[in-house]
Structures are given as C-alpha cells and as structure tokens.
Design a protein around this ligand. Structure first.
Ligand code: COA
Length: 153
C-alpha cells in the first residue's frame, strides 16, 4: 500500500469523500483549498486523506476515508501517521480533526493515535446538514474537535 498526492488531472474520488462527509456541498467548501492524498493498493485507490491549513500553526484533517471492503486492516492508521509526518514536514505545530458525537469507532481510533478532545461545536450537524442523521443509533448532533501536538515546540 502506498500513499501519494492525487494529481490535478485525476478525478476526485467522491465515493470515498462522501463516506466521511455525506454532503457534496460541504466537501466543496474545503476540497479545492486542500492537499489531497490517496492510498493505493493493487493499483486501486482504497483511501483518501484531505489536509486543509487553518493558519500557519494548525492544519486540519478535513476528510479521511477507506473503502468499506478495506476497512479494519490498518489503512486508516497509516493515513493518520502520514498526515502527522506531512504536517510536521510542512512546519505545522498542531493537527486537528473533527468527528461526530456518534462516531464511536472514529473517536476511539483518533485517541489511540494521540489526539485529545479539544472542543465541541454544539449542534454543528443539525445546522449544516439538511436531514437528521443517525449513527450507532445516536443522533448526529455535535462536532467533537480533537487536536494533537506534532512535537515541534
Ligand atoms: N472501539 C475501540 N476501537 C475501535 C472501535 C471501537 N468501537 N472501532 C474502531 N476501533 C479501532 C480499531 O480497533 C482499530 O484499532 P486497532 O488497530 O488498535 O485495533 C482502529 O480503530 C481502526 O484502524 P484502521 O484499520 O487503521 O482503520 P480503517 O482503515 O478502518 O480506517 C476510517 C478508519 C475511520 C477512515 C474508516 O473506518 C472509514 O473510512 N470510515 C468511514 C468514513 C469516516 O467515518 N471517516 C471519518 C470521518 S470523521
């Protein structure tokens, strides 16, 4: 499995982007100002990572997804580790990621990878998405923002 930048000639893999963020409109708000990387396995794009600089010190993982057929095999962890080294190399001090209150597996994964809960954007998903969404039988309501120091200080 290799991770490489998506070239500007390649089509954006919306199948993957929409796994992490079900709104084309919301993806459109960040995708063109972001760096996009893909995980490739057996010549197939199986994962995506989208990095968006917030300011000179802080970068955000705006989207991370792995094809359902390839989940649970460590690709997500490799994409996160790649994000850390890429962000560090570019001189960012901190990296953040937002996920839903209902995203139990993602909250576990991000904390295993060293992220700590930082803030909560109350009712973010209620305000920004047209229909109520449920995950793990929980209403998708709040955005939990997690941060990790990249160790440059
Ligand atoms: N409790 C504890 N740990 C859990 C868990 C739970 N409920 N659910 C998942 N995990 C852990 C796994 O145990 C594993 O850790 P381990 O290797 O220590 O066992 C880890 O999370 C998953 O690691 P990995 O296999 O590298 O992840 P992945 O390749 O499946 O990718 C996602 C993770 C989130 C990118 C992938 O599941 C995905 O694309 N989901 C849909 C899109 C999405 O939700 N994106 C994120 C939006 S914020």
């Amino acid at each position: 499995m290799t991770i490489r930048p998506l070239s500007s000639e390649e089509t954006l893999p919306y199948d993957l982007l929409l796994l992490a963020d079900p709104s084309v409109k919301m993806v459109g708000k960040y995708i063109f100002a972001s760096s996009v990387y893909v995980a490739v396995f057996a010549e197939q794009i199986v994962g995506i990572l989208v990095l968006f600089p917030i300011d000179k010190n802080l970068i955000e993982i705006k989207n991370i997804a792995v094809l359902e057929t390839h989940q649970g095999k460590g690709i997500g962890k490799k994409l996160l580790a790649f994000a850390f080294s890429e962000a560090k190399e570019k001189g960012f001090q901190d990296i953040q990621i937002g996920t839903a209150n209902s995203s139990i597996g993602q909250l576990a994964l991000y904390q295993k990878m060293g992220f700590e809960m930082d803030s909560i954007l109350k009712s973010f998903f209620i305000y920004n998405y047209p229909e109520p969404m449920y995950e793990n039988e929980i209403l998708v309501r709040d955005m939990v923002v997690l941060k990790k120091a990249l160790g440059l200080r």
